[in-house]
Each structure stands twice: as structure tokens, then as C-alpha cells.
Ligand binder design. Structure first.
Ligand SMILES: Nc1ncnc2c1ncn2[C@@H]1O[C@H](COP(=O)(O)OP(=O)(O)O)[C@@H](O)[C@H]1O
Ligand SMILES: CC(C)(COP(=O)(O)O)[C@@H](O)C(=O)NCCC(=O)O
Length: 327
């Protein structure tokens, strides 16, 4: 890690005035919920629980609602800044580019759940109803290409993605193109779906969720450093938890999938459906130790201090504190 990285690592979580972060304990953060106008009815919040099997109603109200309000403030300010900048430049481009939010974190930490809840909540504000969600797994190379590159056992590592295509996607969004397509990954068949794409049309906000969205730019063969997708983010959230908890959530999810999705005859993981519980725990632990754990340590965790905001979870997924960059 660079000297600068060390400085940030020490500052992580600090309430020291010299830290570039401000940290709010759960109770303080949750108290902001009362001040936020709630755009959802109680029933609508209840329906959100369908997104994550164990998503707690209180958690949505106390943590995700204030977060969506904060994000909404940022979107509003970006609109104001856009108008003033256009005025300054003597231009009159009426439409600002979509506001792009990156959601990063380990496999099984709860990125998809966080991103889907934020999508639902943000879309309730009339100022920005069109909120698109794109997951970066669509940008993984197809299995055939991963095999050709010797990367089948490294799905989720930075080199397993078509980073050029992901960058193109984000650049197209931030250029203000009306329609942008992204490929789709199927967890069922464990490969890219060649027959389908997701089309993002006139979004107000785009959430880009994935393991590696905060990866810094890589140095190219000619020695020049390129751009990183996060250079085009207006805001980023890192979903964080202790590694031992994340590993447990991974194994628990694997056990649940064994009883549900893995039963599907089309599932690539059909072979796991017939495992006994101890065998399933052993297999999930093996996959964690071989792929997702090392990827977390080597690639994902080092990007945490690049996020605008960190949601730190406790062992039951409840958010213990929120840490954000000072403005
Ligand atoms: N806020 C939450 N409260 C309770 N359970 C959660 C929460 N977020 C995620 N989970 C559970 O944790 C597991 C991983 O979540 P998921 O969103 O699929 O993670 P990721 O997208 O990071 O792999 C899932 O089983 C999910 O139901
Ligand atoms: C598809 C993933 C790489 C996640 O991708 P993301 O959406 O974060 O870009 C991950 O969920 C995964 O399946 N990891 C590979 C572990 C394995 O090979 O089973």
C-alpha cells in the first residue's frame, strides 16, 4: 500500500478532526429518519422486504431511508451545479447526465440487497423517478473466454471482467446517451446470457453494483494509467462487514440456494442440490476459501477507503455505523 493509502487506512473509522471521514453511530444516523420526508407508505416499505428474505422493516426505515434522502440531496445539488455550469459556459444544455452511484463490497455482503432497496427508495422521489440498476456480473467474460484465459476459477477477480466494455458502458451513460445496453449474467446457468441485454433508457440515476466497481485504474503496457469506472461515479457506497461474518452469510446463502435455485434442472449448480448439509457447508467453504475470500482480501477490501460512504454491518446485517467523506 502506498504511503497515502496508509494514511487513509489509519484514518478509517476515525472520529479524529484530522480524519477526512465523519462517522455516525447507528442511533445518530437513524435519528435522521425522522427528519426525512418519507416517500413510502408503511405498506410499500413492507413490500420492499420481498427483495431480501431477511430484510428488516426497521432497517429500511432507520438506515436506508436516510441514505436515500442523502443521495437525493446529492442528485438535486448535481442538477443545480449543472445549471450554473451551463450558465457559466454560456451553453444551454437542459438535461444533465444521469447521476451514477457505485455500490461495492464483497460477494455475499449484501450489495444486491442494498442496491435494490436504494433503487426502490430513490425512485419514489418525484425529482428522479427513473432509477436504473446494472450489475457488473454482466461484464464478466463468457465462460468460454474465461476458460481460454485460464480464469474459470477466478470469477469475480478484476481480470475476469471485460473492463473495456464496462468502461464503455459507464462512459456512454455519463455522455448522456439516450439508450445504453448492458449484457446480462445468469446465476442459473453460471454464464453470460447471449440472447438478452438490459437497456437503460433516459435514466435520472444509474446504480452500478459490483465487487470491483471501486478498483483503481490499471497501468497499461505503455506505462500510462487509464481511467477507472469510478472516475465517472457521482457517489459510491461500500457495503462492509467483518470477513468472518461475510463468509458465514455466503455459506448460509449457499445452503438456502441448495433448497431453492440449485433444485432447478437448468441450474449449473444442480450437482449441489443433492449434497447433505455438512457436505454443502464444506463445498461452500471450499469455494469461499479458493475464490471469494482471497478476492475480498486482495482486491475488494483495499478499495474501501475510495468510497464516498461506507455502511458497516454487524453480524446480523444491521448497520452499526455509517462513515462518509467530509465535504
Ligand atoms: N440488510 C439485510 N438484512 C438481512 N439480510 C440481508 C441483508 N442484505 C443481504 N442479506 C442477505 O445476505 C445474503 C447476501 O446478500 P446479497 O444482497 O445477495 O449479497 P451480494 O449481492 O453482496 O452477493 C443474502 O442471503 C441476503 O438475503
Ligand atoms: C458473479 C460474481 C462474480 C459477482 O459479480 P459482480 O456482480 O459483483 O460483478 C460472484 O457472485 C460469483 O459468482 N463469484 C464466483 C464464485 C464461483 O465461481 O462460484
Amino acid at each position: 500500500m502506498s504511503a497515502f493509502g496508509d494514511v487513509l487506512a489509519t484514518a478509517d473509522g476515525s472520529r479524529d478532526p484530522s480524519s477526512p471521514y465523519v462517522e455516525l453511530e447507528r442511533a445518530t444516523w437513524a435519528s435522521l429518519a425522522q427528519a426525512s420526508t418519507n416517500p413510502l407508505t408503511y405498506d410499500e416499505i413492507r413490500r420492499l422486504r420481498g427483495l431480501g428474505t431477511h430484510l428488516d422493516l426497521e432497517e429500511v426505515q432507520q438506515i436506508y431511508l436516510p441514505l436515500s434522502r442523502l443521495l437525493s440531496l446529492y442528485v438535486e445539488s448535481a442538477g443545480q451545479l449543472h445549471r450554473r455550469t451551463e450558465q457559466f459556459l454560456g451553453r444551454q444544455q437542459p438535461r444533465r447526465t444521469p447521476f451514477v452511484i457505485g455500490v461495492a463490497g464483497s460477494v455475499a455482503v449484501g450489495k444486491s440487497t442494498t442496491a435494490r432497496v436504494l433503487q426502490e427508495l430513490l425512485a419514489r422521489w418525484p425529482e428522479h423517478p427513473n432509477v436504473a440498476l446494472v450489475t457488473t456480473d454482466g461484464f464478466l467474460y463468457p465462460n468460454s473466454e474465461l476458460e481460454r484465459r485460464g480464469l474459470l476459477g477466478r470469477k469475480g477477480f478484476p481480470e475476469s471482467y471485460d473492463r473495456r466494455a464496462l468502461m464503455r458502458f459507464v462512459v456512454d451513460i455519463k455522455s448522456g446517451r439516450d439508450e445504453v445496453e448492458a449484457p446480462i449474467y445468469s446465476h442459473l446457468v453460471y454464464d453470460i446470457r447471449r440472447d438478452e441485454k438490459v437497456v437503460v433508457r433516459h435514466p435520472d440515476i444509474v446504480i452500478v453494483e459490483g465487487l470491483n466497481v471501486l478498483q483503481p485504474a490499471t497501468t497499461r503496457d505503455d506505462g500510462r494509467t487509464g481511467l477507472a469506472v469510478s472516475d465517472f461515479f457521482d457517489f459510491s457506497v461500500y457495503v462492509d462487514a467483518a470477513t468472518s461474518d461475510i463468509q458465514r452469510w455466503y455459506v448460509e446463502r449457499f445452503l438456502r440456494l441448495r433448497e431453492t435455485a440449485f433444485q432447478d434442472p437448468a441450474s449449473y449448480f444442480r450437482k449441489y442440490a443433492s449434497l447433505t448439509e455438512p457436505e454443502a457447508v464444506a463445498e461452500a467453504t471450499r469455494i469461499w476459501n479458493a475464490i471469494n475470500g482471497p478476492n475480498l482480501t486482495q482486491n475488494v477490501l483495499p478499495t474501501r477507503s475510495r468510497a464516498t460512504l461506507v455502511l458497516r454491518k454487524d453480524r446480523d446485517h444491521s448497520v452499526r455505523y455509517v462513515r462518509m467523506r467530509k465535504l
